[in-house]
Design a protein around this ligand. Structure first.
Ligand code: BG6
Ligand code: BG6
Ligand code: GLC
Ligand code: GLC
Length: 918
């Protein structure tokens, strides 16, 4: 009895002594609670640094956005392939996620080896090997006939700008294949799969880190799971961060999973105070010295080695094995994590330790075994402590993001060290709970690895891909081929001839109206003129003072509103309103009673028999006043002035806005022979040889033709490129069946086309969560200026979203991207169609003059041209492509067409006087 007590005493004493000895030796490895709190605070700061746009480039903890935005909601389904590369084992899997929302997942998998010569060889060979394994799997599982989406779990730090891409930032752990750094892993694997074209029909839809896969796997079973931690070969964690805190990704609603890559914590020196000589030695002997310093203190690939280095040093110092060192103890990697785990087992631990040490060629005493076991404990405890500190920082961040006093959450866990080490999980959990007492944490082990989660991500990606295809299909309708554009150009050219010829003119849809403007201003014009500018976005009354000789013009103008009920009321009301505005303006300018010559820019198709007569053929754009069509608008204006009986005006000229614009620009550049409006409406005028104008007598000189090309297509010749959306816009307009080209190109209609597309996409469930709001059903919400703003390159997504929200559209960032694309497709087609039309006219002018090459200036005006960020460029490019022999210069009319109208009036006045004098 006494002997037993004595023995027990002896043993306790022995143990105490050994433990004290080791504790003393490894004093630096034992971290106090204060130190852990300090490390936790440091990691919090690191996370912040990694998330900030300016600080990220120098941050060692990279906080990589993963483009995984939500945890599984149970609606995922389908059959997927999965690869799991980067942990201790490489696996290929087939995952079947159940339909009917039953949360049922079936997996079939196969392990493949990863020999060092492959994972540290040539990158191309690595991916070819992976593709070979996949092909083999497909064959064995008889899957070769199927086209399956694939999710790739790739457990290395990758920079992602979308889910299906990952630029490798660095190799970690055991991998070091050449030529892969800085390249996209997904495309490399896709390329490698091409060699198996017959057997492999696979689309890689998602690349996920193993932490993300783990989090998603666990979240499938526990929706509270919002963190994923790996403590395996390597160590790392991911968690759901608020989008508003992620500077590197546009958008601020919802959350996105961040792969922290915490393994690199300390790479900038932040942990030097706690690193020991053993950590430094281990690092020097690793594949990536100076890198992943936190990981090297924690993860499975390194723990055994740390123990070995410590034992070696202790033996050298005579503290172990009687100073004896076996040769095996000198060999790198001889002690593995599984050994550490075995030595720390409760009951068999000591026996295991003896066996392991003996296998290393040592002859350990009881004391040695106790000491070695304690070394293991200190090393693995430090590992768990460090993990706990970093995890506590993440949990605190989550709690603060949610502004909660207490956080209830679940952490998904995986990794061999965590799974096989007998004490590790308990220690980790305990320390975490101590460090963050205000978090109720559930630790959930991912039994099925990270693939189930990867399959969830792939399922969502495949749904998004299918939706993307639907959106692309719609956008493709607006993409015109070169051939189609040439077709449009040629048809327009035919229509020009039709309009000019006497026989065909009555049936022509492009009316080619003679304007009786026969020359450009010559600089001798002078005097004071009034001008009206009606038909664009704004109605203006102007006073224009032209000084002769100096080509200088002074203008005073006032914008007046024309209420909708007047635009669409009676003709008398409209003209009375115009006269009212003139009266106000004269009053405002102190010109009451002055009898000035007036030029009337009237931007609608008018048949003219002279410069001061214009019969409105039909209203276009937003006007629909009754009793005007078929009437002379000059007469109507005169009568309205008479009705008012306050002042008299000498109406000298009525001009289309295209003509006014051409004149405004022609005053500065005599090469300007074309006037173009890309505004509310769409139209073009140009100087034509008199001999080609069959409707007007005489063959000498030139006359300006107002083409009214807006009516192009009204005979059905554009039906092949018209979309259902164009038809809808046409049907909802004031003039169905009319002005079809205008309706595909001008500001008043582009927004409407966009709106129709958005309604359709929403109906298909591809936008605005499938909800068609009242706003979206409101005609005219997308004015040209909004389109222009939305498409501006300088605008961040958030600003686009704000514009949409101002328009009353409750749009997510995702929605905003789609809306922007839709706007882009519609405005691009418009600019190209304009280009095709313009190419037709400049080519005609070139041919008519019998020239090989021609230089033409086009005077342009209109809000679409002026405000839209890309319109003018695409227009220019298209003209260049479709009329390569013409040098077309575009000149923006800064002063509007009022100036041109005044100049035309001045010329007409001069001619009138000359006639009278004769
Ligand atoms: C596995 C996961 O269960 O754990 C892998 O499926 C992950 O994706 C691995 O990389 C991590 O642990 P270890 O110990 O294999 O590196
Ligand atoms: C103005 C001209 O600058 O542009 C008008 O003065 C013309 O005559 C108008 O109608 C066209 O652009 P929008 O965009 O106002 O229709
Ligand atoms: C390494 C990798 C990281 C991975 C971790 C666990 O730290 O860099 O991406 O998640 O190992 O496998
Ligand atoms: C409409 C009008 C046309 C005008 C154009 C631009 O197409 O019919 O006359 O030039 O709009 O304002």
């Amino acid at each position: 009895m006494f002997a037993v007590h004595l023995l027990a005493f002896y043993f306790t004493k022995l143990k105490e002594d050994q433990i004290k000895k080791v504790d003393r030796f490894l004093y630096h490895m034992r971290l106090s609670d204060e130190t852990l709190l300090d490390i936790m605070a440091r990691f919090q700061a690191e996370m912040q640094k990694g998330l900030g746009k300016d600080t990220n480039p120098t941050a060692s903890v990279k906080m990589l956005p993963t483009f995984v935005r939500a945890i599984p909601d149970g609606s995922e389904n389908g059959e997927f392939l999965s690869l799991d590369l980067g942990g201790s084992k490489f696996r290929v899997l087939k995952v079947q996620v159940s339909e009917e929302g039953k949360r049922n997942v079936q997996m079939e998998s196969q392990f493949y080896p990863t020999p060092n010569e492959i994972i540290r060889g040539n990158g191309t060979e690595l991916f070819e090997y992976v593709a070979d394994c996949l092909a083999d799997f497909m064959k064995t599982k008889e899957l070769t006939q199927k086209k399956l989406p694939l999710g790739l779990t790739f457990s290395f730090p990758c920079k992602q700008t979308k889910l299906e891409e990952g630029i490798l930032l660095s190799w970690t752990k055991k991998f070091k294949a050449r030529g892969v750094l800085g390249t996209d892993v997904v495309s490399s694997l896709t390329n490698a799969m091409k060699r198996h074209q017959q057997d492999l029909d696979v689309d890689i839809l998602a690349l996920v880190n193993d932490t993300v896969g783990t989090m998603m796997t666990c979240a499938y079973d526990d929706p509270y799971c919002e963190v994923g931690v790996i403590i395996g070969t390597g160590t790392n964690a991911c968690y759901m961060e608020d989008m508003s805190n992620i500077d590197l990704v546009e958008g601020d609603e919802g959350r996105m999973c961040i792969n922290t890559e915490w393994g690199a914590f300390g790479d900038d020196g932040a942990l030097e105070d706690i690193r020991t000589e053993f950590d430094r030695e281990l690092d020097l002997g690793s594949l990536n010295p100076g890198k992943q310093l936190f990981e090297k203190m924690i993860s499975g690939l390194y723990l055994g080695e740390l123990v070995r280095l410590i034992l070696l040093k202790m033996a050298k110092a005579g503290l172990l094995f009687g100073g004896e060192k076996s040769s095996a103890l000198h060999i790198k990697g001889k002690i593995e994590t599984r050994h550490v785990a075995a030595m720390e087992r409760y009951k068999e631990g000591l026996a295991n330790t003896r066996e392991i040490l003996t296998d290393l060629g040592l002859e350990p005493s009881d004391a040695d075994c106790i000491a070695v076991q304690h070394v293991c404990t200190i090393v693995s405890f430090r590992s768990a402590n460090l993990c706990a500190a970093a995890l506590a920082a993440i949990l605190t961040r989550l709690r603060e993001n949610k502004k909660l006093v207490r956080l209830r959450t679940t952490v998904g866990m995986d990794g061999t060290l965590y799974k096989i080490h007998p004490q590790y999980p308990k220690r980790l959990h305990k320390v975490v709970r101590k460090l963050v007492p205000n978090c109720d944490v559930r630790f959930l082990l991912s039994e099925s690895g990270s693939t189930k989660g990867a399959a969830m991500v792939t399922a969502v990606a495949s749904r998004v891909q299918a939706q993307r295809k639907q959106i692309d299909k719609v956008l493709a309708l607006f993409r015109l081929t070169q051939e189609q554009l040439v077709g449009v150009r040629n048809k327009m050219r035919v229509e020009f001839e039709y309009g000019l010829k006497k026989d065909t003119h009555p049936r022509a849809t492009v009316k080619m109206l003679p304007t009786y403007v026969c020359g450009m201003p010559d600089g001798t014009e002078k005097g004071k003129f009034l001008a009206l500018d009606l038909g664009g976005t704004n109605f203006r009354v102007l006073l224009v003072k032209i000084r002769s000789g100096r080509r200088s013009v002074r203008m005073y103008n006032k914008i007046f509103a024309i209420p909708l009920e007047i635009m669409q009321g009676t003709g008398e009301e409209l003209f009375d309103h115009i006269v009212q505005c003139i009266a106000d303006f004269l009053d405002y300018m102190g010109l009451k009673g002055a009898q000035l010559p007036l030029g009337f820019t009237f931007s609608f198709p008018c048949r003219q028999a002279s410069i001061d007569k214009g019969t409105l053929i039909e209203w276009t754009k937003g006007f629909k006043a009754t009793d005007c069509e078929g009437e002379d608008v000059v007469d109507m204006l005169r009568e309205a002035i008479k009705r008012r009986n306050e002042f008299d005006l000498d109406i000298v000229a009525v001009v289309n806005d295209t003509v006014g614009t051409m004149m405004t620009c022609g005053y500065e550049d005599s090469n300007c022979e074309v006037g173009l409006i890309a505004g509310t409406g769409s139209n073009m005028c140009y100087m034509e040889e008199m001999r080609n104008i069959e409707l007007v007598e005489g063959d000498e000189g030139k006359m300006c033709i107002n083409t009214e090309w807006g009516g192009f297509g009204d005979n059905g010749c554009l039906d092949d490129i018209q979309t259902q959306y164009d038809k809808e816009v046409d049907e909802g307009s004031l003039n169905p069946g009319k002005q079809r080209y205008e309706k595909m190109t001008s500001g008043m209609y582009l927004g409407e086309i966009v709106r129709q597309i958005l309604i359709d996409l929403t109906k298909q469930g591809l936008l605005f969560r499938g909800h068609i709001s009242e706003r979206l059903q409101t005609r005219g919400i997308f004015e040209t200026k909004f389109l222009s703003q939305i498409e501006s390159d300088r605008l961040a997504l958030l600003q686009v979203r704000r514009i949409l929200q101002q328009l009353g559209l409750d749009s997510t960032c995702e929605d905003s991207i789609v809306v922007k694309e839709v706007c882009g497709a519609v405005s691009r087609r418009a600019a190209q169609l304009y280009g095709a039309g313009l190419a037709a006219i400049v080519e005609k002018r070139r041919e008519d003059q019998g020239l090989e090459h021609v230089r033409i200036t086009v005077g342009v005006d209109g809000t679409l041209y002026k405000l839209h960020p890309h319109f003018s460029r695409i227009l220019r490019e298209t003209v260049k492509e479709l009329a390569p022999q013409c040098d077309v210069m575009f000149m923006l009319s800064e002063d509007g067409s009022g100036k041109g109208a005044a100049l035309i009036t001045a010329v007409a006045k001069r001619l009138q006087q000359a006639q009278r004098e004769h």
